[in-house]
Design a protein around this ligand. Structure first.
Ligand SMILES: Cc1cc2nc3c(=O)[nH]c(=O)nc-3n(C[C@H](O)[C@H](O)[C@H](O)COP(=O)(O)OP(=O)(O)OC[C@H]3O[C@@H](n4cnc5c(N)ncnc54)[C@H](O)[C@@H]3O)c2cc1C
Length: 503
């Protein structure tokens, strides 16, 4: 029988929640007038390339969000939300104000086990979602390459998965959300009700108000594993042709690109295509959805704790080392070429989480990601030009990922009918200037080919590039919504100030 239940832990946790705004170091009193801000602490971008020193508040209830908003309106305080802090750049830092960390507002509230409809607070992470759903035969419809983003962060950026070409971004699977506008009103938003906010807040990078609860449609699965095909591609054209040939028969497609290869091998790499199994195809279902079978192993080869693994990558964290790693990965791809295997959902989806803190291999420097999106017709030519320019400038991405996308109806969405390439670059005090110049050069190539950018991954975009990349009409609508729902302008992040030119 279908159950639309309040989840088991909800009532207990709710009872234990106190009506105080919790701060990182100082407890505030219940009245917002008395809200005391804690001492600033370091709030860092995921790529470690930027930070702010900001007081951090941790609201646990809707009332606490409202108190913070009311306080900010009265005291002309700038607020920035932060979910899992998984945006690569300055999307969730606030040099000029307070950070509102939503990670403690994280209860799953209701679940309809027949329809797979789940309602949760916006601080619930993708990890919580899949761990809750998988044993009941449901998987989140869209996940990022890491499981630590929250629903709030995912909706704000309208994240995409390796299945973007097939199912669209996360926004396409949201049935309803409740939203606290900067003025303190709670509105219910659906495709029909408060439509402007539904399409604007999803993709609105936290600038219109706070997602409170989110109702999402999960995907039914009939197996604990998926069938995965690893396929070598000899250059970018080869990879593109495979995607175009296979996408109609694929649930997920992702390409890894060896950005060091040149000439006729430019853009060579390996594709991983994955398909869900049909009902009855997995004899071990549902036993193999048990969390201990789905969760990523805590050791590598059964011996080395995964938490240490990034240290083994240190000897390779230089240009020569990365050239070797990329070469070795490409060559080893031939051993498994076109030999399908079964792989657990989490293993396939969250490959990057295999090595916790892998970003530390960039220390003592940091990293940025540059992800651009090009229309299908220009993808091979444009991304080839991008790879060539990087090589020419002597700044080659250590990790490049290729994905296919489709357009969606959200206001400031990054997706289009085409492809994206996400490129990780090391950032040091020595190369920062050259890296930013390179990014500027790449921006022009992206614009020349009619492309777009993604704020969740960005660290370098300038206002004039944003104005040229996004439609004038959509940017005007966004600014009108900002005026309507945040008239006093209390919501600002470092990203917002940078890309809107109001620093
Ligand atoms: C290793 C790695 C892999 C990734 N892979 C992908 C991928 O495959 N696809 C993809 O699309 N992205 C990917 N990302 C990016 C990531 O999914 C996005 O940056 C996402 O927005 C992070 O969510 P978060 O909860 O960490 O939010 P944060 O990074 O903390 O914040 C993101 C934005 O959301 C806003 N926000 C947070 N909570 C709320 C709220 N309750 N109400 C309103 N606004 C809010 C913040 O103000 C900010 O603007 C990846 C990131 C990493 C580190």
């Amino acid at each position: 029988m279908a159950t639309k239940t309040k989840t088991a832990s909800t009532a207990k946790k709710a009872a234990s929640k106190k009506k105080t705004v919790s701060t990182s170091s100082v407890k505030s009193k219940t009245k917002s007038a008395d809200l005391q801000l804690p001492a600033p602490s370091k709030v860092e971008a995921w790529g470690m390339n930027h930070y702010s020193l900001s007081p951090v508040l941790f609201p646990k209830t809707q009332e606490e969000f409202q108190e913070i908003f009311s306080y900010a309106n009265r005291h002309k305080l700038k607020l920035a939300f932060r979910g899992g802090g998984c945006s690569y750049g300055d999307a969730a830092t606030n040099t000029k104000g307070v950070v509102v960390d939503i990670s403690k507002f994280n209860r799953i509230l209701e679940f309809d086990s027949k329809k797979g409809i789940l309602k949760a607070e916006s601080g619930v992470t993708i990890k919580q979602l899949w761990e809750f759903g998988v044993q009941k035969g449901f998987w989140p419809p869209v996940v990022s390459g890491t499981m630590f983003p929250t629903l709030g962060g995912a909706l704000s950026m309208n994240i995409h998965g390796k299945n973007n070409f097939a199912v669209g971004p996360i926004g396409d699977h949201i049935l309803e959300f409740t939203f606290l506008t900067a003025e303190g009103k709670i509105l219910t938003c659906t495709r029909k009700k408060n439509q402007d906010l539904f399409y604007g807040a999803i993709s609105g990078f936290g600038m219109l108000g706070a997602f409170l609860t989110v109702t999402i449609q999960l995907k039914h699965i009939y197996a604990g594993k998926m069938r995965v095909w690893p396929v070598v591609s000899r250059n970018l054209q080869d990879m593109f042709d495979y995607f175009e040939r296979e996408y109609k028969n694929s649930d997920y497609l992702v390409g890894w690109v060896d950005a060091f290869a040149s000439g006729s091998s430019l853009g060579r790499g390996q594709i991983h295509k994955a398909n869900h199994l049909e009902k009855g195809e997995d004899p071990d279902f549902p036993a193999n959805t048990a969390l201990e079978k789905q969760n990523l192993p805590s050791t590598f080869l059964g011996i080395v704790p995964k938490a240490w693994m990034w240290m083994f990558m240190l000897p390779f964290s230089n240009k020569l080392g990365m050239r070797l790693v990329n070469f070795a990965k490409y060559i080893s791809g031939f051993l498994t070429d076109n030999k399908p295997y079964l792989q657990g959902h989490a293993e396939y989806a969250f490959l990057l989480d295999y090595v916790p803190n892998w970003k530390y291999m960039y220390k003592p420097g940091a990293m940025i990601q540059y992800q651009s999106f090009l229309p299908k017709e220009n993808a091979v030519e444009g991304f080839s030009e991008i790879l060539r320019i990087c090589q020419k400038r002597g700044i080659v991405t250590w990790l490049a990922v290729f994905k296919k996308h489709k357009p969606d109806p959200f206001l400031l969405t990054h997706a289009l009918d085409g492809y994206s390439m996400a490129m990780d670059f090391p950032m040091t005090s020595g190369n920062k200037k050259r890296l930013w110049e390179l990014a500027g050069e790449l921006d022009e190539i992206v614009l020349k080919y009619g492309g777009k950018f993604y704020f969740a991954k960005d660290s370098t975009l300038r206002p004039e590039i944003v104005q040229r990349a996004f439609s004038k009409k959509n940017l005007e609508t966004f600014h009108a919504l900002k005026k309507k729902y945040d008239p006093k302008g209390i919501l600002e992040t470092d990203l917002y100030r940078r890309i809107m030119g109001i620093w």
